[in-house]
Design a protein around this ligand. Structure first.
Ligand SMILES: *Cc1c(COP(=O)(O)O)cnc(C)c1O
Length: 349
């Protein structure tokens, strides 16, 4: 009854579907669907947090800590309390005129960029990656016109799992005159270095990172964006005033004071084990080279194998309907025990 009152783009909206929409968790014992860290934290005593007071709207203390950790200046930083998804929406609201301007993204890539474009009524143009999931820079630039404000690069890319060479990203930064966003959610698992040291060289570069993956805090919903001080100052103006809650501000410093180096090393060594073992299975056609904490695996029968794993309590992400990923399942690297369980299920298929 309210349909005629809705904005047209919202009436037509196809919402983002998360890895967890369909699963309450009943019967699942092996969670390899959402690229989370399998390692939990203990939330020590929170009694000193003043829940009755508003939190610091500028997250001064937290920002100083994270900036030191990342080797940037606090003035180059935005912190989001709804994950990277908040930063993604924010850049649309800052740079793109609804109904008039457009953005260009690689395809396949992370689905939130497209949904956030739809919500903001911004045209979303997709440029296919090559057969081996590389960026065709000429095709990408050809898709841009004078109304193109943003280019989205996810590296390492979800769901293809590969990182793009830094020279390719720099080539785009030099040739495209708008904003280039590089989403580095999985950068801690990659040999390819972060773009953060190049922030001062490229004033139109925005780098996004998150505590949801290597840092093992997906539940806190803390996302970060790094950019020139000019861009970061606008982000600070446009964001919701108290966008990062007090308990989160209070615990992150403590939870990030120890490096995640050992856990990351274990996940990478487990990824290598899966990369070696999976191709031996008759049901596996191909394992794509990965720079992340997950593998894109082409199967003989993706839907059948997805259902079989689910029936046996192992949840992975079915990507067979995604363009360029026909026949593929996306499998997060879990604990050694979870990975062994996955391999034995596939061996007994
Ligand atoms: C998981 C993921 C994120 C992180 O999202 P949060 O909202 O920070 O949890 C960002 N980008 C990509 C490509 C991802 O896969």
């Amino acid at each position: 009854m309210i349909e005629h009152l809705l904005r047209e783009n919202i009436r037509r909206l196809k919402p983002y579907s998360t890895a967890r929409d369909d699963f309450s968790g009943d019967g699942i014992s092996v969670w390899l669907d959402a690229n989370e860290s399998p390692y939990n934290h203990s939330l020590a005593d929170l009694s000193e947090v003043s829940l009755n007071r508003y939190p610091d709207p500028h997250q001064r203390r937290l920002k100083a800590h994270l900036a030191r950790l990342k080797g940037v200046r606090p003035e180059q930083m935005f912190i989001g309390g709804a994950g990277s998804d908040e930063a993604i929406d924010l850049v649309y609201r800052m740079f793109c005129e609804p109904g008039r301007e457009n953005v260009v993204a690689i395809s396949p890539t992370y689905g939130v960029y497209a949904v956030a474009a739809d919500i903001n009524n911004v045209e979303y143009r997709e440029v296919s990656l090559t057969e081996d999931f590389q960026i065709n820079v000429d095709a990408l630039l050809n898709a841009c016109d004078s109304s193109t404000k943003l280019v989205w690069i996810c590296s390492p890319n979800n769901p293809t799992s590969n990182a793009f060479p830094r020279e390719v990203i720099e080539d785009i930064l030099q040739k495209f005159s708008g904003i280039v966003v590089v989403d580095e959610a999985y950068i801690d698992f990659s040999d390819q270095g972060s773009m953060l040291p190049l922030l001062d060289r490229y004033p139109r570069l925005i780098v996004m990172q998150t505590l949801s993956k290597a840092w093992g805090m997906a539940s806190l919903r803390l996302g970060m964006a790094f950019a020139s001080e000019e861009i970061a100052a606008v982000m600070a103006m446009v964001k919701y005033p108290y966008n990062v809650n007090g308990p989160t501000q209070a615990v992150v410093e403590r939870l990030t004071s120890n490096s995640r180096g050992e856990q990351i090393a274990e996940i990478i060594s487990e990824r290598r084990r899966l990369e070696e073992e999976l191709p031996k299975m008759p049901c596996v056609v191909k394992v794509c080279p990965s720079d992340a904490n997950f593998l894109l695996v082409k199967m003989t029968d993706a839907n059948g194998i997805y259902d079989y794993l689910l029936r046996h309590g192992a949840l992975v992400r079915n990507r067979t309907k995604v363009r360029g990923c026909n026949g593929c399942l996306r499998i997060t690297v879990g604990t050694p025990e979870e990975n062994t369980r996955l391999l034995s299920l596939l061996a007994n298929l």
